[in-house]
Design a protein around this ligand. Sequence first.
Ligand SMILES: Cc1cc2nc3c(=O)[nH]c(=O)nc-3n(C[C@H](O)[C@H](O)[C@H](O)COP(=O)(O)O)c2cc1C
Length: 232
Amino acid sequence: MKGTILILAVTIQCIVKENNGSKFLSNYLKKLRAEEVSHKERITKMSLKIGVIIGSNRPGRNAIKVAEWFKEQTDKYESMDFDFVDLAELDLPFMNEPDYPSAENYQFDYTKSWSKQVKSWDGVIIITPEYNRGIPAVLKNAIDYLYNEWNKKPLGLVSYGSALGYRSSADLHIIAVELQMAAIREQVAINIWQHLNEKGEFVGDEHIEKKAVTMLDQLKWWAEALRTAREQ
Ligand SMILES: Cc1cc2nc3c(=O)[nH]c(=O)nc-3n(C[C@H](O)[C@H](O)[C@H](O)COP(=O)(O)O)c2cc1C
């Protein structure tokens, strides 16, 4: 879009020179420049939409408690919109699309609807536990269904487990490279057992709250920058 406007502008500038500066054409150029500025302003003002994936699905999971706490943090963060997706509710079957995801030749309605939802996001946050030093199968399955939809978007992580979910984060950082995602440096890493009280309720603290804000700040910067780049 920007390229087309530039070529058009240069061509018109040449015509203006040749015609000894026709007023009509120079006004037209001004209008084009103004339109370009307002296009940029429109993009900046549009609210960023961030998908938040709840990455485990077993009955009795702690994921819901972590997600509820994280929802409280995102509710306080008013400058982005958050779209929470529970993989237990999404309930995708074991990956059964016959074509490669990058072809986007989806056969099944559940894939088409998952694709549409992820496409609408400007960034992604994954809430992931650690299962046997890696991410849960249900999460990898949901990721593998799509390809282009993840591209050129930032990825933030909220990980938890006995070892703070760091091995799952490492998994997701490698996966992010293949998906052409920008992994955010700051992450929320939670020792799940230290944050559950005697009733089994999740209890946050200042440390993880601050981590959440920094991660969201960094994600916002990348989401804005990459949305602008994707639009050009
Ligand atoms: C199948 C399974 C494997 C696990 N493996 C690990 C592990 O390798 N490292 C770790 O820190 N915690 C491990 N845990 C503990 C989980 O991180 C912790 O129970 C967490 O709450 C699991 O997430 P969920 O409750 O949302 O399913 C494991 C839990 C399960 C169920």
